[in-house]
Design a protein around this ligand. Structure first.
Ligand code: C2E
Ligand code: MG
Ligand code: MG
Ligand code: MG
Length: 276
């Protein structure tokens, strides 16, 4: 027999739920103000070609420095930003900030690496997405060939016609496109034939125990071979150990990003550490 809730349990349950809802409402209210209050910042994680021992890119990752809660990771507020539609404005801010930052580094003489910016489906699906990107490039004076947009497979299966035409426009501008978290989405491989993609980013979940789980090793090797055969770049995300690097190296994947090399860091620290 299923245990029935006593009156007290019920009371407890609803007030716990209310609290959760209230917390979310509060978070949502402060998310609305976060842009105006300047609470967002972008941190940068280097992407390395460890065979040639050089930085080939940097991924821009958003952080929210909340006035009372401190640093809130994107996993906690990006879903809320997507639900509320705020991701469109926030994403535009991240893109502008990132382009401005790379241009600043380039003006100091460092023109050998790209900047990768995450784009959420809702943002990409806006009618004026390409225009928005163009405007930011014009405003920041960044050469489009140094910008890479990270899209996900799930984005690609929505409005495929429109997505393809937007991606083609972006490619014409010289912008590069990578598929983030590759291998975890719902899409078929067929899109790799038709869409102008430059890079596959192997999801962290495959790299995580690539040395101890033969299935993850098989999937990782397959993605690397797939990329090579299609003439795409391939980069491994979430590389944390030397063993993982050795594995990737013997599988001919030389582009890596992960804590083994560096976590995402602030712009000044990035400059000090890698460009100075
Ligand atoms: P992502 O685009 O796949 O970014 C990589 C995530 O993996 C980052 O988490 C990064 O800090 C983390 N990471 C990097 N190397 C390692 C490693 O060696 N080990 C482990 N355990 N983690 C590593 P972060 O910064 O918390 O971002 C999480 C996700 O939030 C991102 O995943 C991306 O999907 C989203 N996100 C971040 N910034 C933005 C943004 O500006 N716009 C949008 N739309 N999404 C963003
Ligand atoms: Mg990413
Ligand atoms: Mg992502
Ligand atoms: Mg990823």
């Amino acid at each position: 027999k299923v245990k029935e809730l006593s009156g007290n349990d019920y009371q407890f349950y609803t007030s716990a739920m209310d609290k959760r809802t209230m917390d979310n409402v509060k978070l949502e209210t402060s998310l609305y103000r976060a842009l105006d209050l300047n609470e967002f910042l972008v941190v940068y994680q280097p992407q390395f070609d460890y065979k040639h021992k050089k930085i080939i890119g940097v991924e821009a990752l958003l952080r929210w420095n909340h006035s009372s809660k401190g640093m809130i990771p994107p996993g906690q507020f990006i879903p809320l930003a997507e639900e509320t539609g705020l991701i469109v404005q926030i994403g535009e801010w991240v893109l502008k900030q990132s382009c401005k930052q790379l241009k600043e580094w380039q003006d100091k003489g460092f023109k050998h690496f790209t900047i990768s910016v995450n784009v959420s489906a809702q943002q990409f699906n806006k009618k004026d997405f390409v225009t928005m990107v163009k405007n930011i490039l014009a405003e920041t004076q960044l050469d489009p060939s140094y910008l890479e947009l990270e899209l996900t497979e799930n984005l690609i299966i929505q409005n495929t016609e429109e997505t393809l035409s937007k991606m083609s426009e972006l490619k014409k501008l010289g912008i590069k496109i990578s598929i983030d978290d590759f291998g975890t989405g719902y899409s078929s491989l067929g899109y790799l034939r038709n869409f102008p993609i430059n890079t596959l980013k192997i999801d962290r979940s495959f790299i995580n125990d690539v040395c101890h789980d033969s299935k993850n090793a098989a999937i990782t090797n397959t993605i690397i071979t797939l990329a090579h055969n299609l003439n795409l770049h391939v980069i491994a995300e979430g590389v944390e150990t030397k063993d993982q690097i050795d594995f990737l190296s013997s599988s001919n994947c030389h582009l890596v990003q992960g804590f083994y090399f560096s976590p995402p860091i602030k712009a000044d620290d990035f400059f000090e550490k890698y460009l100075n």
